[in-house]
Design a protein around this ligand. Structure first.
Ligand SMILES: [Zn+2]
Length: 316
């Protein structure tokens, strides 16, 4: 209700109750009460607080108490106002003693969530998305992380199911990206191991060593033939051919990843702070924009296609 309407309503009631104030006009008092009810400070109304309180009491109305937020630590409602800082009200919990600010509601609609994921998977940085969407960085970050973990876990489950198939051709390759660890060395290389089994992307991240490679190997279905470069770790593979014959397919997968994720492009300012976040982002990309890097349809890649569509539907 706006001020004028409320004031007129109050004026009507005051007249009805036959109030005849000596010092102030009834209209002024009605306006002051209305403004007070809408949250204006008592001292700024031009009517003495005692007069105002007298009439509000007579009217039997109370100013709506500002709702105090529950304590973020212990969820207690025993919260008192505790001054303010930078224009934000500060609260203190009487149960656990925590001081906190009232945080605004950062809930996002389903549409906005989907849009944020799509922006992220089309080379927008998390900072950029936060600015454009008008949401705090942490809110955007945690949405992407949460959905990324969901995609990652579901992909691992799907990969387990796909082990009952045998791939015709698997191509494996390593590429690198920057990793900048806070408080750590300035810049590290993070290795991304990619495999395409009948054109299906499999990946793992870590060092360029056997340990990381074996993690990828464990996620792959058996293959009739494995194409790799001549890096020594690949010697453990059965049906192994060291040849560049199919390297171009992995290269096209790499460029697909770089085209979609700002964090993987080497020419942007976006950097990876966390190795896990690279995993989650790649999983999210594979689920949200599924792509099979092979023209040939095999039982394996058809099963994958169905599975990944299913994950995508449940994700958003
Ligand atoms: Zn508390």
């Amino acid at each position: 209700m706006d001020l004028t309407t409320l004031a007129q309503l109050i004026l009507l009631i005051l007249r009805n109750l036959n109030f005849k104030p000596r010092k102030h006009k009834l209209e002024d008092i009605a306006y002051a009460i209305a403004a007070y009810l809408l949250g204006v400070q008592v001292t700024k109304l031009g009517i003495p607080p005692s007069t105002l309180y007298y009439y509000t009491k007579k009217l039997g109305i109370k100013r709506r108490r500002e709702e105090k937020p529950p304590c973020p630590s212990c969820n207690s409602n025993k919260v008192i106002k505790n001054g303010s800082s930078r224009g934000k009200a500060k609260y203190k919990c009487k149960t656990c003693g925590r001081t906190f600010y009232q945080t605004s509601n950062h809930k996002m609609s389903r549409e906005q969530k989907e849009r944020i994921l799509n922006e992220y998977l089309n080379r927008a940085s998390i900072r950029g998305i936060a600015r454009v969407e008008g949401k705090p960085l942490t809110t955007v970050y945690s949405l992407i992380k949460r959905k990324g973990i969901e995609a990652y876990v579901n992909l691992l489950v799907l990969q387990e199911q796909l082990k009952s198939f045998t791939a015709k051709v698997t191509v494996i390759d390593e590429s690198w990206t920057y990793l900048r660890v806070r408080h750590g060395p300035k810049r590290e290389n993070l290795w991304i191991w990619n495999a395409l089994a009948d054109g299906l992307p499999f990946f793992t991240t870590g060092d360029r060593d056997y340990k990381t490679f074996s993690f990828l190997l464990n996620s792959l279905p058996k293959s009739e033939v494995n194409y790799t470069d001549d890096y020594s770790v690949y010697q453990v593979l059965d049906n192994h051919i060291a040849s560049k014959k199919y390297t171009y397919t992995v290269e096209s997968y790499n460029s697909y990843c770089r085209a979609h994720l700002a964090r993987l492009a080497r020419d942007t300012r976006a950097v990876n702070r966390s190795e896990r976040m690279v995993d989650y982002s790649l999983a999210l990309l594979n689920v949200m924009y599924p792509h099979v890097f092979s023209r040939e349809k095999t039982p394996l890649n058809e099963a994958y296609w169905k599975g990944v569509q299913n994950i995508r539907e449940n994700l958003i």
